[in-house]
Design a protein around this ligand. Sequence first.
Ligand code: ADP
Ligand code: MG
Length: 241
Amino acid sequence: MIEISHVNKWYTPTFQVLTDCTTSVTKGEVVVVCGPSGSGKSTLIKCVNALEPFQEGDISVDGTKVNDPKTNLPKLRSRVGMVFQHFELFPHLKIIDNLCLAQQKVLGRSSDTAVAKGMQLLDRVGLKEQAQKFPAQLSGGQQQRVAIARALAMDPIVMLFDEPTSALDPEMVSEVLDVMVDLAREGMTMMVVTHEMGFARKVANRVIFMDRGEIVEDAAKEDFFGKPRSDRAQKFLSKIL
Ligand code: ADP
Ligand code: MG
């Protein structure tokens, strides 16, 4: 579903942020990406839906090359759900309207269809009663669940998460992770940047460890937690576990 092949990216001519990154995510697989701050995790995940360009290598999603100038990027992005650290809801729109906007504007759904789909998804993340509120009236955990529902409203073929719980108060982390665990168990293809190793243990198929722009480790969950091969991954794990 996601194919990342020998990707090199420079932010400036002298600063290479990604070095020869190669990995793939098959349909229904959950891959957790971890690694120290500044190691290139966000950059890599943004390259997947072409929010960041890269100079060398190839990335394709469901067979469509994201770095091909002929690719219809808005169409591709509409099928790739993305959830960020800071929710990024539209503050001036009610929750239900946050869920309907792209369904109508990008997918051309009628208002009735979009609202029905939006309400169904709000129900699924436990927030049906909040539909008429504005984002600022919700807690961080609730806002992040809305952001997940909004991404799902587009019927994505893959979901990308970039540290979805790291801006939340500790007591709100589990309500967001629970939604993500359900999604994983339902078979969604997911690439998740997170340091929540409990989540990784529960649902990840593979764990990727990045350091200084390189994929240092790409292993089955059991192998990663059993004993990471590299010193760098071992050090990292010993700090966060
Ligand atoms: P991570 O998500 O693992 O913390 P990032 O992908 O955000 O890492 O960043 C990797 C490196 O690239 C960091 O050194 C960061 O400062 C740098 N960086 C990130 N975004 C930009 C940018 N837009 N321009 C220049 N440097 C950037
Ligand atoms: Mg990051």
